[in-house]
Design a protein around this ligand. Structure first.
Ligand SMILES: C[S@@+](CC[C@H](N)C(=O)[O-])C[C@H]1O[C@@H](n2cnc3c(N)ncnc32)[C@H](O)[C@@H]1O
Length: 221
């Protein structure tokens, strides 16, 4: 498999204006790329930070059965207006993923909510409570421990993530890689070079000061 690919940093699907300020979606092309490699028709695929539903919507387009969890109710309501499998998007908290009676999954791809090491707003509550970066890495790891119980053996798990430049760099991608390697076998990373029509020099084509992100690949061995 290639360890470096380039894709355009853009989404094909328009979203309602009221959600544009929350538009942290993975491009559809990225999700399609990994579904083609790691899934087959009828597989159950999971995104426990479903956001505006990109993973789930692309999954249905590719004859996969999507399941997802999303903390923000208004995002879930929006996703339901698009999905055929409307009941497969759960308004809930990934930290409680064992409470939702989910079936065994064949594949998981997600982009978690990001947190800088000096942030006080806690990413895993969608920034509605306070918490530290260490707590974030610990709770994220606990989510992946729970995820293990609903994954089929040998399936693949992908996390799309970047490091974050602010005053100092938060090595988010590497910290998450290290934390989740304690739960699943780390197979390697694919670096995604992002191309964009217009980009601010400061923020990069991806955002957060970078022109690239990482897809960290793990296996449920
Ligand atoms: C980076 S966005 C995901 C974007 C999504 N992958 C897409 O392409 O549309 C992260 C999402 O995780 C949600 N979130 C944050 N904490 C959560 C939690 N504890 N459980 C479930 N969802 C959570 C946020 O509300 C946000 O929508």
């Amino acid at each position: 498999m290639n360890t470096f690919i380039t894709l355009r940093k853009e989404n094909e699907r328009e979203i309602p204006d009221k959600f544009k300020k929350y538009d942290f979606r993975m491009p559809e092309a990225l999700i399609r790329y990994f579904f083609k490699i790691y899934t087959k028709n009828g597989d159950k695929v999971f995104d426990m930070f479903a956001g505006l539903g990109t993973t789930l919507i692309v999954a249905e387009e590719m004859n996969l059965i999507p399941f997802g969890i999303e903390l923000r109710e208004e995002f879930c309501d929006y996703i339901k207006t698009i999905l055929i499998n409307k009941n497969n998007i759960i308004h809930g908290d990934a930290r409680n993923l064992n409470n939702y009676n989910l079936p065994k999954m064949d594949f998981c791809i997600t982009s978690p909510p990001y947190m800088h090491k000096d942030d006080e707003e806690f990413a895993l509550s969608s920034y509605t409570t306070k918490g530290t970066y260490n707590k974030y890495l610990q709770e994220l790891r606990e989510i992946y421990v729970k995820l293990k119980t609903i994954l089929k053996p040998d399936c693949y798990i992908i996390i799309e993530v970047a490091n974050l430049k602010r005053n100092e760099i938060t090595t988010l991608a590497w910290d998450i890689g290290r934390a989740i390697s304690k739960v699943f076998q780390f197979i390697g990373e694919v670096i995604i070079g992002w191309e964009k029509e217009e980009s601010s020099k400061e923020n990069g084509t991806y955002g957060y000061g970078y022109d690239h992100s990482y897809c960290l690949i793990f296996r449920n061995t």
